[in-house]
Design a binder for this molecule. Sequence first.
Ligand code: NAD
Length: 498
Amino acid sequence: MPGTRPSGLPGTIPHWIGGQAVGSADGRTFDVADPVSNKVYAQAAAGSRTEVDRAVTAAEAAFPIWSRLSNRTRATTLNRIANEVEARCEQLAQFESFDTGLPITQARGQARRAAENFRYFADVIVSLGEEAFRQGEEQFSYVVRAPVGVAGLITPWNTPFMLESWKLAPALAAGCTTVLKPAEWTPLSAGLWPQILTAAGLPDGVVNIVHGLGQEAGQALVDHQDVPLISFTGSTDTGRNIVRGSADHLKRTSMELGGKSPVIVFEDADLEAALDSVVFGVFSLNGERCTAGSRVLVQRPVYEAFIRRLAVRAERMKVGPPTDPDTEVGALVHLKHYARVLNYVETGEEEARLVAGGRRPAHLPEGNYLQPAVFADVSRDARIFQEEIFGPVVAVASFEDETEAVELANATQYGLAAYIWTSDLKRGHRIAHAVESGMVWVNSHNVRDLRTPFGGVKSSGLGREGGTHSIAFYTESKIVHVALGDVHTPRFGTGASV
Ligand code: NAD
C-alpha cells in the first residue's frame, strides 16, 4: 500500500563501533523523517569527536589483522558480503525507498548494484598484479602496494546504501579498515550494515559507522590525524571544505562532487532514442543524481519539436508514492531540499519558459512531490543553467552548430558527465574530446562499467574511482630497486678520481 511503513523499522539508529551498536557518549540524537509524511520516525545517534575517536581507534586495532590477510581471503569475505546484501535486497530497497523517497523499483536496482560493487572488487583484488621494471641486466625494480590505513568515507543522501558500498568495497578489498559517516538525512539503510557485515564474518572494527551531522561528525573525521585518506561524495562546497581541512595533515582525498551535465542532441540523432535517454537521464532517481543530464542542448532545426515532445513526456510522468511499483518519480528526499528545488522552479519562471510540470500534482496534497519541470529557451547565464538543482528539473537551450554546442556545454563550472547524440560517428568523437567532463557517453545514457574511471573535472571533483583506480587510491605504492650485479658507484672520499 502506498505510504506503508516497511516492517522492521527501527526507532533508533545507533553508531557501530568495534562491532558494537552504541549511542553517543553524551546521549545526543537527531531526528530522521521520511519524505512522504515529513514526520520523524526515528532518532539517530549524533556522533561527535568522541565517537569518531573511538571509531578510529577500533579501525586502527583491526588494521593489522585485516590488512595482512591474503587478497583471496579478503575477496572471499567481500563475496559473502555481496551474498548477504542480495539476501536482503528487498528489505534494503524498502528501507531506502521509505527514507529517501526513491521509487521502489529504482531502489531495488540500487540494492542489486550495491551487491555487485562487492563482487566486482572481490574479482579486482584477486586478479591484480604488481608492476615490475628491468633496466637491462643491472637493475630490477618492482612495486608493492600496501593499504593506506584507516579510510574515512563520507557519503551523500542520494542512493545512500549503493554509494556507501561504492566506497566500502574497494577500501576493504585494498586492505584498509574504515570509518563511514553516512548522510544525516538518510541513515536508515546504513543501519543494516552491521547485520550484513557480521553475517558475512567481517572481523569487528574493520568497518565502523558514525552517524551525525556533517559539520560535527564529518568534520571530526576530516580533522582526525590518524585518518590518512578521505573519500568523499557530496556537494562541491562541502568538498572544497574537506580539501581545505585535509591540507593540514596532507591527507589523500578523492572528491566526487556536483554536476550540471549537458546532453547535446544534433539534428541527425536518433531523436526517439535521444528523447528516451533525456527523460530517463534527468528524471530517474527523482532527478537526485550527480550525473543527471540536466542541461539539454538541442540543434536549432529540431529544437521546437524536441521541446514539445519532452514536455509531453514530463507531463505524463507518473509521480506518486515511492512504494507504488508504477511510480516513476517519488518524493524528494527532505522538506528543505523540496523547498530548495521549488525555489529553483520559481527562479526558472523568471529566467526562462516553463513548458511542463513544476507544480505539486493535484492528487498528492502532502509529501515532497513535484511534477518534473521542463524549461525552454534557457540562457547560458541563467541560474537554472548554471547551478546544480538536484531534482526533476531540466533546462533546455538551442544551438546552431558544433562550435556553439561545445561552448554551451562547457559554459558552467561543472564537468562531471556529458551525453552526445548524433549519427555522425566522427562528430561524436570530436565533441567527446572537446567537452570538459570526466565522463562522456555517445548515443547512450549513463551506463556504467565498473572497470572504468569515474569522476569529474573542474568543480565536479578531484581524482578517479572505479576499477584499479579505486585500488590505487586506497593503497600506497612503494618501489623496490634491486641491483642484479655489481653496482658501479663513484668512489667518493678515496682520493682516487671517478
Ligand atoms: P553534502 O555535501 O551536503 O553532504 C555529503 C556528506 O558530507 C554528508 O554525509 C554530510 O554530512 C557530510 N558533510 C557535510 N559537511 C561536512 C563537513 N564540513 N565535513 C565533513 N563532512 C561533511 O551533499 P548532499 O547534499 O548529501 O549530496 C548531494 C550532492 O552530492 C550533490 O551535489 C551531488 O551532485 C553530489 N553527488 C556527487 C556524486 C559523484 O559521484 N560525483 C554522486 C552522488 C552525489
